[in-house]
Design a binder for this molecule. Structure first.
Ligand SMILES: [Zn+2]
Length: 359
């Protein structure tokens, strides 16, 4: 699958890295952002000679786009890399941009008829509020989700093991749960907020909370937040994470970041096999700079028999839109809705989450 917008944005980020001069680097980054955010493909705009009219796009970007589309690569960028002698550094960055999709591709994938659908998506199971590093109150999250047509949501603020992300103390957890109970009583029949937590996977594969603490939650997400830049094999760590009692979703499994870092290196087939056996859902985190796991890895997880969760990882209301990126990856991987927890009833979701203690 070719994604010219993604390739072009990447070339602009290559240029930003090469020019050094902060003013010019800023211009290239701005242009890259404009390309990633574009809701249409660049190719027809180039062919119609209207690409230059897009805000943020200058003559150099237009030239790079033409070269990319008509020659398959940009001589301008390749020459700049050669002159700077930065072949190695640029190749590394390009490795951090694999299997992402641009907004234009996402829109195209979602515009097709098919599943998983946007309309039947019942709710999002990774999001953050003012109780950790998010910026919204729980009540406003309920309203924002209702406005999107959701029937439920899983609130997953960070655990105390991640103080840098404002992780909640256990005293705060108790307080938060009282607020969620009050909201669930008030919105009964219309909306259900599930009490979740995003725990942090330690390097030894355990999670950073005690079993009696984890028992307070209705569902537990475990995600890696450290050792995300090394090439060492971390299969035991990730197998350990999906083997922890109570854990039911493996959040942003790789921990990769677009153009920044590769994330965890592991034998994913082995991780997925254990996850499938324990019915731990593999998350497709739709944050645009995560897209983790991506469609190609998701396809492998599906072949191993895994369940999935399609989440936004929103820290503010506009980021709830990121679930669309997750849905697009799931479509590319051809994951049936029956295997995705976001399409299950409240009852089925809760039973599955509870049974994570006995599997
Ligand atoms: Zn996280």
């Amino acid at each position: 699958m070719r994604d010219v917008n993604l390739e072009l944005g990447g070339l602009l980020l290559d240029m930003a890295t090469l020019v050094g001069n902060s003013q010019r680097a800023w211009g290239y980054k701005r242009a890259a952002k404009a390309v990633f955010r574009l809701d249409r493909h660049v190719t027809p705009l180039i062919e119609a000679n209207t690409f230059k009219a897009v805000p943020g796009i200058g003559p150099t970007t237009d030239r790079i786009a033409r070269e990319l589309i008509y020659d398959g690569k940009s001589l301008l960028v390749e020459e700049a890399i050669r002159v700077a002698g930065k072949e190695g550094a640029i190749a590394t960055l390009r490795g951090f941009r694999q299997h992402f999709i641009s907004r234009a591709t996402m829109e195209e994938v979602l515009a097709r008829r098919g599943t998983p659908s946007r309309g039947k998506y019942r709710g999002d199971f990774q999001m953050h509020s003012v109780w950790s590093d998010g910026s919204e109150t729980l009540e406003s999250v309920v309203e924002a989700c209702l406005a999107r047509g959701y029937q439920c949501a899983g609130m997953t603020d960070h655990s105390y093991g991640l103080p840098i992300a404002g992780g909640m103390s256990m005293a705060q957890v108790i307080e938060q749960h009282a607020v969620i109970d009050e909201l669930n009583a008030r919105y009964q029949g219309r909306f259900r907020m599930f009490k979740g937590i995003e725990t942090n996977i330690r390097t030894d594969g355990t999670v950073d909370m005690e079993a009696d603490e984890l028992h307070l939650f209705e569902f537990v997400v475990a995600s890696p937040h450290s050792v995300l830049r090394k090439t060492i094999d971390q299969t035991p760590r990730m197998v350990g994470a999906v083997s922890q009692p109570g854990v039911c979703i493996l959040g942003h499994p790789q921990g990769r970041r677009f153009n920044v870092r590769p994330g965890v290196a592991a034998d994913w087939d082995q991780v997925f096999e254990v996850a499938a056996k324990r019915e731990v859902a593999i998350e497709i985190d739709g944050s645009w700079d995560r897209q983790d796991v991506h469609y190609a890895l998701a396809e492998r997880a599906l072949q191993r028999g895994c369940l999935f969760a399609l989440d936004s990882d929103a820290h503010a209301h506009p980021e709830l839109d990121f679930c669309d990126i997750a849905i697009a990856h799931a479509r590319l991987a051809a994951i049936p809705e029956a295997r995705i927890v976001n399409y299950w009833s409240d009852k089925r979701f809760l039973e599955w989450a509870r049974s994570a203690w006995d599997r």
